[in-house]
Design a protein around this ligand. Structure first.
Ligand SMILES: [Zn+2]
Ligand SMILES: [Zn+2]
Ligand SMILES: [Zn+2]
Length: 151
């Protein structure tokens, strides 16, 4: 087996055992933590009031000045660059909708062990395509007791 064949095999086994992500329930998106799904946030310059009182002199009455930043609306667009209409890509499953639970991971490890492959896998680390980043892949041959390190 070549190294790329082995990587494909490992990813195929992982895919087979993945289950629905319990953070986005397969929807691939979650509520934006910055705006809680509102797509806008209270204006930080005026505290969401749309303006503020200005006192020109100690004897003058305060006068209301509208906020430039929010055009006196009290709200501005969400400042989270990942936010789209109050939603952001799910961080747990790298927006794939699928995740490995503890039980899933056990099944992956068991199936790979049958093929003589041992991997270590951090479930929270994925590449841009959503594939798990594999490290310390070890293979062993029943006839050769010492494992061979692949990556
Ligand atoms: Zn998810
Ligand atoms: Zn947002
Ligand atoms: Zn404002």
């Amino acid at each position: 087996m070549t190294q790329s064949e082995m990587l494909k095999l490992i990813h195929d086994v992982i895919r087979k055992h993945e289950s629905t992500c319990e953070m986005c329930w397969g929807g691939r998106e979650i509520y934006c933590p910055t705006c809680n799904g509102e797509a806008s946030i209270p204006c930080p310059d005026c505290g969401g009031r749309g303006g503020g009182d200005v006192i020109d002199s100690p004897t003058a009455e305060p006068r209301w000045v509208e906020c430039d930043r929010c055009q006196s609306l009290g709200w501005i667009d969400c400042t989270n660059p990942a936010c789209q209409n109050g939603r952001v890509p799910c961080t747990r499953c790298a927006a794939t909708g699928l995740d490995l639970s503890d039980d899933d991971l056990e099944r992956v490890n068991a199936e790979l062990a049958e093929q003589g492959i041992v991997i270590s896998l951090d479930r929270r680390r994925r590449d841009k395509a959503g594939r798990y980043i594999l490290s310390n892949i070890t293979t062993f041959d029943p006839d050769q007791p010492l494992p061979k390190i692949v990556t």
